[in-house]
Every structure is written in structure tokens, then in C-alpha cells.
Design a protein around this ligand. Structure first.
Ligand SMILES: [Ca+2]
Length: 325
């Protein structure tokens, strides 16, 4: 079901109100000048973690999050290669999520995407410090990620508690066939985000600490000041149903040198702040459709034919086939 159709149905049924903070407007879908779909996540308060979860997911605690924009999908291999010039992925496919990316590579992509769109980069690429006041792209905080994954749900998954429903919403161990899949192939959550559960596990900004929830700030927590690992969320094509739960916490060293140690399950998506900013670089897909294709590979159609797919990306044909959203 198309997202706009889905949201229309949800609004008609009056169910969206259950997934939104009181009085909040329905999430808005935009398209950046670089061609990426993002959802404006409304500010709100939710219960993070799980009292029935693993030790590091306890205690469940109330967190407030400011509004922000989040990529509707995991960053694709095409998007990553267009900006970074390489595709490190094991499971190749333009619309598959990029994987085998370290945390440090993910934040460099965030900065590159910011520069391309004329936004102030968030990350210092020497110290890896993040300027949260900058207008550019960054990785979501762990709290932002879980808030967006839940999309108003207090259950283990965005759709409920029963893992039997996970197959319709996620690529995970039971249905993925030991590989990643093109983004957006499973059902959206109530806010229009896809693959938050499964496909590739997603790097978050935060350092990981097992006991962080015991003393977390209640407003926009940004994780511990230091740590040995970074948070990874959502489970992956290799993960069990439990590891795909909204509350489940995983962590990995930000720059392990050996890609054989599991990086083919790690990808990411970007966010950028919404409060105090306009939406520069955001143009509607309706405007983009039929444009001159002068500024982005994202306008390329899928799939390319065999001959086109073997051309270097810069030489692939430019066609106007983007569907308005
Ligand atoms: Ca994911």
C-alpha cells in the first residue's frame, strides 16, 4: 500500500491519533534536494526500554524527544556510493541498504550529505564529536531511534507484541534467506518509516552503556560522554525476532578493522534537526518529478536494464520517472 494511501486510511479510521502525541499533526513526508525521502517526526514523550526486556533495557523510563527529520529508509548502496565513491556492501544492489559500514564511515556520509545540500556538517571527523545544533545530517540518538521505531506504540514492535506479525514488517532471521533486501519492501510503521525492524541493524549516535537507562536525562538524551562501543538498533536480516524488538539494544566498536566480524549486518539512516530550522533542501517530490535531473542520481529509474547496470554510475542514463509522493 502506498504511504499516502496508508496514512489516509489510518486518519480516516481515527487510529493515527493513538500513535501521535496529543494535538500533534500527522507526520509529514518530504523529499530532500538530494532525493531522499524523510519523515518529520513529531516531538513527544514515550516510554523507552522494557521492564520485561534484557537487563540493559531496564528500567523502562519516560523520555521526551524534540521533533526531527528521519530518513524513511535505510541509506541505500546507490546513495552511499554516489556521495562516497565506493560501495563496501557484501549484498550488492542499488536499492539494498549499504552495509559493511563502520560507525565512522556512516558519520562521514552524514557530513558529505550535509555539504552536498549546503547544510552545516554535524561531525568533527577528527574527534568524532557531534554538534547537535548544526543543521546538517547526523545519526539518530538511541532515544530518537526507539521513539521513531515505536511510532506511538508501547508494544515490543511497532505493530504489537506478537512476533508472529514480524514477517510482514521486517526482514529477519526467519524470512531473509541470510541476506539483506531492497529497502521499503515491508510494511511501514504508523509514521511511514520502513525497515526499522530488521534488514540491516542501524548505527545510532550514542556510545553504549548497559546501565545508561538508570540515569538518563529525560529530555533528548544523547548517550554517555564516552564508551568502547556505539549503539546499534533494530536487529537485522540475521537477527532473531527478539533482537528486532523496539527496545532491544546492541552495540559494536565504531571502527573495527575486520569487516568479517559482522559488519554485513550494520547499516544506518540519517536524521536532522527540525526545531529552529526551516526546511532548506526540502522540495516536494511533486516538484522533483519531471525535473531536469541535473542534480541527483536519485532520479534514476529502477531497475536499470542489464547494459545500463554495467555502466559506471556517472554514465547511466537520466530518466524522469520519479513518482510524486
Ligand atoms: Ca533496519
Amino acid at each position: 500500500m502506498k504511504i499516502q494511501t496508508c496514512w489516509r486510511v489510518v486518519k480516516l479510521c481515527g487510529l493515527l491519533a493513538l500513535a501521535l502525541p496529543c494535538g500533534a499533526a500527522p507526520p509529514q513526508l518530504i523529499k530532500t534536494s538530494g532525493g531522499t525521502e524523510m519523515v518529520l517526526i513529531p516531538a513527544g514523550t514515550f516510554v523507552m526500554g522494557s521492564g520485561a526486556g534484557t537487563e540493559d533495557a531496564r528500567p523502562a523510563h519516560k523520555i521526551s524527544v524534540s521533533s526531527f527529520y528521519m530518513d524513511r529508509h535505510e541509506v541505500t548502496q546507490e546513495s552511499y556510493e554516489d556521495l562516497m565513491g565506493v560501495n563496501p556492501s557484501k549484498f550488492e544492489g542499488d536499492t539494498n541498504p549499504v552495509e559493511q559500514v563502520r560507525w565512522t564511515q556512516a558519520v562521514k556520509y552524514c557530513n558529505a550529505r550535509s555539504r552536498k545540500e549546503g547544510l552545516a556538517p554535524c561531525y568533527n571527523e577528527t574527534t568524532w564529536q557531534c554538534d547537535f545544533s548544526a543543521g546538517g545530517y547526523r545519526l539518530p540518538t538511541e532515544a530518537e531511534w526507539e521513539y521513531a521505531c515505536r511510532a506511538g506504540a508501547a508494544t515490543a514492535y511497532a505493530f504489537g507484541d506478537d512476533p508472529q506479525g514480524l514477517g510482514a514488517h521486517a526482514w529477519f532471521k526467519d524470512n531473509a534467506g541470510r541476506k539483506s533486501h531492497p529497502v521499503g519492501g515491508k510494511r511501514s510503521n504508523a509514521w511511514g518509516l520502513q525497515d526499522m525492524h530488521g534488514n540491516v541493524a542501524e548505527w545510532c549516535h550514542d556510545f553504549y552503556a548497559a546501565d545508561y537507562y538508570r540515569a538518563s536525562p529525560a529530555q533528548d538524551p544523547q548517550g554517555p560522554a564516552a564508551g568502547a562501543k556505539r549503539v546499534v538498533r533494530g536487529g537485522s536480516w540475521a537477527g532473531t525476532a527478539e533482537k528486532c524488538a523496539a527496545w532491544y539494544r546492541a552495540a559494536e566498536a565504531q571502527s573495527l578493522p575486520d569487516v568479517c566480524l559482522g559488519y554485513d549486518i550494520y547499516g544506518f539512516r540519517c536524521v536532522r534537526r527540525a526545531s529552529g530550522t526551516t526546511t532548506p533542501a526540502a522540495t516536494s517530490a511533486t516538484t522533483r518529478a519531471g525535473g531536469d535531473c541535473s542534480d541527483g542520481r536519485a532520479l534514476y529509474p529502477r531497475p536499470l536494464n542489464t547494459a545500463e547496470a554495467h555502466l559506471p554510475r556517472a554514465r547511466r542514463p537520466c530518466r524522469q520517472s520519479v513518482r510524486a509522493v
